[in-house]
Design a protein. Structure first.
Length: 196
């Protein structure tokens, strides 16, 4: 089963790279196919950073418009998905920063925004917990720093490698690994205290 998943993952990566190379040559059909394949994933990730659906949709459009416009100058990248996530993340965070400036808010996310960044219901690793445990876990999850939450989400929900998480979050690979490890450690600690 695990080998089947690895094989399927490798085939998907191979297809993405093939499409990317065709896009760099100007193939519109390859561009549309990559867009169709990646859109649901990007939209889901974008909603973790901003609950504004229209902003997320516009940002995804902007990422792909940029790719098509600059295709002759782009190079083959190791991870297409990581490239797209980094681009989307940058656009969304810039848009959110502009909004915060306009509202004269702090540079940090407000508590309400943080509560909505990564709804615990989306976390695959916690699917089997009963409702009372989920509520407990959600409270514990809210106690860990936002950067750790994001790394944990990217690792557990999206199954990204630490190298990809590092590229998306603009940190070193070891920092990404530490974020995930520390997030799990803190969750265990918080939940352990509540069990006493």
């Amino acid at each position: 089963m695990q080998n089947h998943d690895k094989l399927k993952s490798t085939q998907i990566l191979g297809e993405e790279h093939r499409l990317w190379k065709e896009i760099l040559k100007g193939d519109e059909q390859a561009f549309e196919t990559l867009y169709r394949i990646q859109y649901p994933f990007l939209f889901n990730y974008g909603l973790k950073l901003s609950q504004q659906e229209e902003l997320v949709k516009d940002s995804i459009q902007e990422v792909f418009a940029y790719i098509w416009e600059k295709r002759r100058k782009l190079t083959v990248t190791e991870s297409i998905r990581a490239y797209l996530l980094v681009s989307l993340r940058r656009l969304l965070l810039n848009a959110l920063a502009k909004e915060r400036k306009q509202r004269k808010a702090n540079e940090e996310f407000t508590i309400e925004q943080l509560e909505n960044v990564f709804p615990i219901e989306d976390m695959i690793i916690f699917q089997e917990l009963e409702n009372s445990k989920r509520l407990e876990l959600k409270k514990a999850f809210e106690e860990i720093p936002a950067r750790m939450r994001e790394a944990l989400f990217l690792k557990t929900y999206n199954g990204l490698a630490y190298k990809e998480i590092a590229a998306i979050m603009n940190v070193e690979g070891q920092v990404a690994r530490n974020y995930v490890s520390d997030a799990f450690r803190r969750l265990r600690h918080i939940l352990g205290e509540k069990a006493v």
